[in-house]
Write a protein that binds this ligand. Sequence first.
Ligand SMILES: O=C(O)c1cc(=O)[nH]c(=O)n1[C@@H]1O[C@H](COP(=O)(O)O)[C@@H](O)[C@H]1O
Length: 290
Amino acid sequence: MCIADKLYESVAARGPICVGLDTDISYVPQWLAAQYQTPGEAVFAFNRQIIDATADVAGCFKVQIAYYESLGLDGLRAYKDTLAYLRERELVAIADVKRGDIAKTAEMYAKAHFTGDFEADFVTLSPYMGLDSVTPYLPYVEQSGKGLFILVRTSNPGREDFQYLQSEGEPLYDIVGKKVQELGKPYIGTYGYSPVGAVIGGTSSLEAETIRAALDSTFFLIPGYGAQGGKAEDIARYLCRGNGGVVNSSRGVLLAYKKDGDERQFAEASRKEVLRAREEIASACSVYGK
Ligand SMILES: O=C(O)c1cc(=O)[nH]c(=O)n1[C@@H]1O[C@H](COP(=O)(O)O)[C@@H](O)[C@H]1O
């Protein structure tokens, strides 16, 4: 089964929330961290409990590598262990590595994140160096059932610096989006979506209709919900066509326990936040229609 189909089915069964495991060691409650020898071990223990508490209500998980790299080798072991645990539980794992280099270097990144210690189902890529920063990953899409999420229009304020520049009457992100869709066409799965997906930030919905209509076979990874201010009603406009997208929430889910003030129940608080977000997005979708 193509990974886009697996993700589609997971979203249909569990909802569109992608739990972002951007686990800063400072998020791990002291009582838990104290039980482990190293920060990496504590981070993995925290992740495992969050995964266990949300596995049946989250469509996928995204592991942002910077948080793990920042802890050195100990952190990279936590990264590897987190991906291995997701694989063991047959959950969809997105490695948020945002690679963007070319040629042989890109081949090495593809090998690093699609095989061996750091194997994931999807990787995030930045295409702004050119198409040759993306094509080295395609053999893994074709032969190993892997997937990509390529930055098209991001969630951050700085997206306007380059992505919105006009070229022949179109914003650059539009051109990039169409290329992403074209690259993915040969791999479209049973549900009409390709494993070559796009990152579309959820902090603005101004262009939602044109983006969704133009990229109709492209699955979206939508970050920016919650901590960055993206609203359910904005997100819904990208989502409401089958199950063609996942909505990432990292700090919103990982730090949910801070609102309740009960550190011992951090995993339960994360689960509640996923359920709350899922409900909020579902009701926004019912307003904006399919
Ligand atoms: O590729 C991404 O995941 C991404 C793209 C984008 O446009 N904006 C964005 O915030 N992200 C990532 O999504 C996550 C957002 O985290 P929170 O703002 O804490 O929910 C981080 O891992 C970001 O690196």
